[in-house]
Design a protein around this ligand. Structure first.
Ligand SMILES: N[C@@H](CCC(=O)N[C@@H](CS)C(=O)NCC(=O)O)C(=O)O
Length: 208
């Protein structure tokens, strides 16, 4: 299997955490987003939206979307599970992951930021404020959804932690204050000591 990846992509970071938790052996190809390599026709043929991550299976079939890739990896290697065994907790962990992946992350994506600059002449200071607004609003909602113990939904990392840690990394990168989010900070601190999260960290990647 090949993962098309970029060290600072938070969506690819989610998949790297899942790969590390599952102990899977996956080849990596780097797609440099700031050099627009995601828009090269060869890569766009694999990912029609020209975004990372994409997983290419050994038979050439392709899976896009980090959460779909993670679902596939979970089916391929069920141990350790990525959702709590309790049905309600599993649904809440998934809801937390979707809050991050659907309600926060897309609003500050590179192509959205580029469109704000190109179509509306948004300046750097306005872009920074836009990013902070949506990350901070979204994380406040996540703060209310999770119940650290010490991971977001129990004693083991779940899909919620897999999505939360990269989003916290982004929040810090863009100077979003996190003092109003003690639960998120506690979960992030628990994950920071877990080997799979350390292995998947952007600064630990060969293309960093
Ligand atoms: N919903 C997608 C989001 C993927 C995504 O937005 N990737 C970003 C990096 S985090 C990207 O490739 N952006 C390139 C661009 O906007 O041009 C997923 O979860 O895989």
């Amino acid at each position: 299997m090949i993962l098309y990846d970029y060290f600072r992509s938070s969506a690819a970071y989610r998949v790297r955490i899942a790969i590390a938790l599952k102990g899977l052996d996956v080849e990596r190809r780097h797609v440099h987003l700031l050099r627009s390599e995601q828009r090269d026709p060869g890569y766009r043929a694999k990912s029609p939206l020209a975004i990372v991550p994409t997983l290419e299976l050994d038979d050439g079939r392709l899976i896009t979307q980090s959460l779909a890739i993670i679902d596939y990896l979970d089916a391929l290697q069920p141990d350790p599970p990525l959702l709590p065994s309790d049905a309600v907790l599993a649904a809440q962990a998934r809801a937390t992951a979707l809050t991050i992946a659907c309600e926060i992350h897309p609003l500050a994506n590179l192509r959205v930021i580029e469109a704000l600059q190109r179509q509306f002449g948004a300046k750097d200071v306005e872009i920074a404020s836009w990013r902070r607004l949506w990350i901070s609003e979204g994380l406040k909602a996540v703060e209310a959804l999770i119940a650290p113990a010490p991971f977001a939904f129990g004693a083991e990392p779940s899909l919620a932690d897999i999505c939360l840690v990269p989003q916290v990394y982004n929040a810090r990168r863009f100077d979003v204050p996190l003092d109003a989010c003690p639960r998120i900070l506690a979960v992030d601190a628990a994950c920071a000591m877990h080997p799979a999260f350390l292995q998947a960290h952007p600064q630990a990647q060969p293309d960093a």
